[in-house]
Design a protein around this ligand. Structure first.
Ligand SMILES: NC(=O)c1ccc[n+]([C@@H]2O[C@H](COP(=O)([O-])OP(=O)(O)OC[C@H]3O[C@@H](n4cnc5c(N)ncnc54)[C@H](OP(=O)(O)O)[C@@H]3O)[C@@H](O)[C@H]2O)c1
Length: 300
């Protein structure tokens, strides 16, 4: 059984590819483009997967505010076409979505059936993508994820370590809370979900959340990154916590991003390990990699 991953260079696609499974095939641009229906059909017919994991998306949250057409093309229209093609071929579709479909006003963690209310274009394009996938492909799993980090591609941990190479202080919001999620653990969880979804008789289609379970805020997460880096002689900086209200960005972020994974854990027998173990692994890879790249940019 082959699992086709749409995406190759992205953080999640790389982690799915690195999971050590011979039956996982990652195909990204230029071979397959979500805005090119023919490339999707061609790839499905060439690979003939039992399941597809769509790990590709337009992920520029702030730029989406001024690039709505691109955001909707990749996050809604592409997945809609992919879903139609999968349904016509009897292929199960696992489509990745985001905490940013919520406004963050809820007091507790979000359940999959809580009403969405995105704060920006990116969140809205992902929400409309979810709806299009659900409508076009009954055998779907929509999996919302959040605060994903790793040693792969661009993410919060890499950004913090890069900033600390040249700065003594970094300003980070301290009132946005979430569940950090180590991407290789997320990838392993998604592969378990795919393996389960292709079993005969599986019928628990629908929307799930899959994330870590330990709550933190962005400033505390930055502190944890620098503590892990200091422990191995890497760069660190003092974290200056500020409220989101004092750190305006083109797209508003939810103050509460916590996604409750209880349903996914129960239906698929999953549990994601403590994110701090993943943080230490990420930092151990990233610190030497960034040092090798930085040349003379590092602070004295
Ligand atoms: N990272 C997070 O914290 C986070 C949080 C919530 C939800 N998510 C969701 O998780 C999923 C994976 O995110 P990620 O962190 O892996 O993002 P990422 O590192 O930004 O990767 C996104 C990938 O999508 C590909 N892509 C963009 N437009 C495409 C198109 N038209 N056709 C084909 N591929 C295209 C990009 O390909 P190129 O390499 O060719 O540019 C890139 O490899 C996304 O659905 C995202 O919305 C992520």
């Amino acid at each position: 059984m082959t699992i086709l991953v749409i995406g190759r260079q992205g953080q999640l696609a790389q982690c799915l590819g690195a999971a050590g499974r011979k039956d996982v095939v990652c195909v990204g641009r230029p071979e397959v483009d979500l805005t090119d229906a023919a490339s999707l059909a061609r790839t499905l017919d060439a690979v003939q997967p039992k399941a597809v994991i769509n790990a590709a998306a337009y992920t520029f949250v702030d730029k989406a505010e001024t690039e709505a057409a691109a955001s909707f093309a990749v996050n809604r229209d592409g997945p809609a076409e992919l879903a139609r093609l999968c349904a016509a071929r009897g292929i199960r579709l696992i489509h990745i979505s985001t905490d940013m479909v919520f406004d963050g006003e809820k007091a507790g963690p979000y359940e999959p059936d809580d009403p969405p209310a995105p704060l920006g274009v990116y969140g809205l394009s992902k929400l409309e993508g979810e709806r299009a996938v659900a409508q076009a492909c009954p055998q779907h799993l929509i999996v919302r994820v959040q605060w994903v980090f790793s040693e792969y591609a661009g993410n919060f941990v890499r950004t913090m370590l890069t900033l600390a190479q040249t700065r003594d202080e970094v300003t980070v919001v301290d009132d946005q809370v979430g569940y950090p999620t180590y991407c290789p653990d997320l990838a392993a969880g998604l592969l378990t979900m795919a393996d389960t979804a292709v079993k005969p008789g599986f019928d628990r289609w629908g929307t799930y959340h899959l994330a870590g379970t330990d709550e933190t805020d962005r400033a505390s997460m930055a502190d944890a990154v620098f503590a892990a880096s200091r422990a191995i002689g890497g760069p660190s900086a003092q974290v200056i916590g500020v409220p989101t209200a004092e750190y305006p960005t083109p797209a508003r972020r939810p103050l509460n991003s916590r996604l409750a994974s209880t349903m996914a854990f129960r239906v698929f027998g999953l549990r994601l390990p403590d994110w701090k173990a993943g943080l230490n692994k990420s930092v151990r890879v990233l610190v030497p990699e960034l040092a090798a790249k930085s040349g003379d940019k590092t602070k004295g």
